[in-house]
Write a protein that binds this ligand. Sequence first.
Ligand SMILES: Cc1ncc(COP(=O)(O)O)c(C=O)c1O
Length: 461
Amino acid sequence: MTANRAKSQAVLDRGIKLFRNGLRYDDERRRSARRGYRQPSQIIIDRAQGDFIWDLDGNRYIDFQNGWATNPIGNAHPEIIEAVDAAHRRFGFHYDHPLRYELAERLAEIMPAGALPRFSYEVSGTEAAEAAVNLALCFKQRRYVITFAASYHGNSLGTKLLSGLDSGNLRYMEAWNGGAIKAPYPYSDVVPAGMTHAQYAEFCLWYIDNHIPASVAPRDNIAAIMVEPGLAEGGNWIPSTDFLQGLRRLCDKNDWLLIADEVLTGLGRTGRMWAVEHYDVIPDLLVVGKNLSGGIAPCAGVAARDDILGDNPDSSSGSTFAGTPAGCAAGLKTLEIYERDNVVAQAAHLGEVAADVMSGWRDYGVVNEVRQNGLLIGVSFQSPNDDEKDEWIAKAIRSRMLDNGVWAISDRESNVRLYPALNMDEGTLREGLARMEEAIAHVDRHGQDLGDAPNLPTGTI
Ligand SMILES: Cc1ncc(COP(=O)(O)O)c(C=O)c1O
């Protein structure tokens, strides 16, 4: 059933060498071939529209990758393209344009409980996460921020140090970390043997409230806790209400700020406008990105309490392209369509459909967990056989999904992550999940005979 992907492969063979670790590409391929592994399946997109993408060889895929969760109402949405084009034609690029004010006003209206009325623009989620930390440190006039072991906040120098997902990412950066304290995160693969997630969550809260102030940094020199209310890159883990409400309580008790990084979970991904709304938690700062672009023009930023953004003279953030006319036009049109078409309610409904379809998947031996909040969906896999790494199972399933015409994410992890568009056609969602189940059943029956090669530079996927 393997599709012809010769043209995609030719572009990858030529192009991937230009990127990081490109010099290793040929060598790794030869080594993998000698060991009998197949190259990881990758595609290059020729065209994207609505719920689908097409690769250079003309194969069509149901898009669960979604520009890495960045096309909330489908690929290349014509109304957003039109709004962005109009902004280009009218303004070109200028910093001082009216859309920047209009979008900030609109965002203030939709923030949780109307509690975060001010907004500061950035280009990317990475910059927005950094800006939130800068705002918190300057506002509290303190040095430290607590983040989590399994978190991902971006790939700049600052956000590498704030993130805990991959210690390899921090190598040689050690000297730059003056203030990020990593706390354990209870919802990840790393849980002490014999402990449930709920018990570990209790321990993590205790650790933050007791161990850190006693042994790492004085309570009154900590400005904030930054948390993802739904781990994204960490494998789409869903935290409990007890944990998130516990963090809010600790922040209130200790006079710390709570920063919710909703770059990926925000703007409908979980079936509510903001993931924190599932938990009845109101953060002091909320980081926005990805979906705000409408999948067309980058737009990101930080929403914050009145005083934190409104009266914080030591802080500074933003850059030349923060809040471009095109980005703001994309954000405004996206939010207009959300309201007109009840997009967040559609996402909640599709989340229920997905939950129903996936309800029996735990019966497959290779399936470890099915995790979900709305359309934040992660399926983690385990090898039935101890000498195979779990992540190869995930890679084999993702490859088989590609062969079945479904595009999803499996990066450096034992999960396959799905980010369907929030308004995906229900039949297409069901079809994509059915094809995914076929891939799971196939690998469950035959083992990881697709044999993806480990360690190849993946570049674009
Ligand atoms: C929670 C979270 N924060 C920040 C970022 C960084 O956003 P960007 O890649 O747009 O810079 C990401 C990206 O995946 C994310 O998931």
